[in-house]
Design a protein around this ligand. Structure first.
Ligand code: G3P
Ligand code: CA
Length: 284
């Protein structure tokens, strides 16, 4: 059989597959481009939002380091998920009521060893809470950062301070994403610097539905949407992705769920186990 014939049959089989299966034959190809976000660092393996967890995320092939931001009493941006110190340090109380010096004295690792003995390591005990500035110093201007403005209503001016540090450390804005549940915070960012790419976080409590109007509104300032993955469905994924927005669900920690979401067409995802997503991307 001639090469021309074989090529023709190949095209026919491909077209039939696309027509019958909606193109699922290409699912394995899709796996390769999925953005792998180390959620709070490789936080399934090491204490979240420590330099060590971020380093581990890098080693495990995470594309982005995710950093949640809180602000200290003296106006320093630190990497922490909660408004309170209690869950991830040996301190207690609100971050905004403590200075950086006070927070630097806390142990941000021992809680992890106690809570996850199967992943515990002696070197996690005594780890410090990093400042955003230290993260930039450690990983440099060309690393991909996925930074969340947390509780922006509690910390007026946090967007401006974030941009000041982005500029001070000449962070490559092509590789920077800023995310928030607060559309107000994202719109403030957009006003202050329209060149920073933004992602609108969403939280669904039941079946995820998004209207054309919502997509249109979000598209005015953001390049993507980050919903919780639990209530997503294929139609939702198609609608968002076909609108041209990126779709990065959080927080996906099993390979089966990663594969399903990728087959539906998401463009990336947050995971505490970037090593698992890396394996999925490799077809394992
Ligand atoms: O930023 C994506 C995801 O991290 C949002 O949820 O609570 O883990 O910050 P949370
Ligand atoms: Ca986050």
């Amino acid at each position: 059989m001639s090469t021309k014939w074989l090529a023709g049959i190949g095209v026919l089989v491909f077209s039939l597959n696309v027509a019958v299966n909606g193109g699922t034959a290409l699912a394995s190809e899709k796996h390769k481009d999925i953005v792998n976000v180390s959620h709070r660092g490789a936080s399934g393996h090491a204490p979240e939002h420590t330099i060590l967890a971020y380093e581990m995320g890098e080693k495990m092939h995470g594309d982005y380091i995710e950093v949640d931001l809180q602000m200290t009493k003296d106006g320093k941006l630190i990497a922490m998920h909660d408004e309170k110190l209690d869950r991830t340090t040996n301190g207690t109380g609100l971050v905004k009521e403590f200075t950086l010096d006070e927070i630097k004295k806390l142990d941000a690792g021992s809680w992890f060893n106690e809570q996850y003995p199967q992943y515990a390591k002696p070197e996690y005990a005594g780890l410090q809470v990093p400042m955003l500035e230290e993260v930039f110093q450690k990983f440099g201007k060309n690393r991909s950062y996925y930074i969340e403005t947390k509780s922006p209503e509690v910390y007026p001016g946090m967007e401006k301070e974030l941009l000041r540090l982005v500029d001070k450390y000449s962070i490559n804005k092509e590789k920077l994403l800023v995310q928030s549940f607060s559309s107000l915070s994202l719109k403030t960012m957009h006003q202050l610097d329209p060149s920073v790419k933004l992602v609108q976080l969403l939280s669904y409590k039941g079946d995820a539905v998004i209207s054309d109007g919502e997509i249109k509104e979000i598209s005015k300032y953001a390049i993507g949407i980050g919903p919780n993955h639990t209530y997503l469905n294929e139609a939702y994924v198609h609608k968002v992705v076909n609108s041209g927005l990126e779709l990065h669900p959080y927080t996906v920690n099993t390979k089966d769920r990663m594969k399903t979401l990728i087959d539906w067409g998401v463009t990336g995802m947050f995971t505490n186990f970037p090593n698992l997503l890396h394996e999925v991307k490799k077809g394992k």
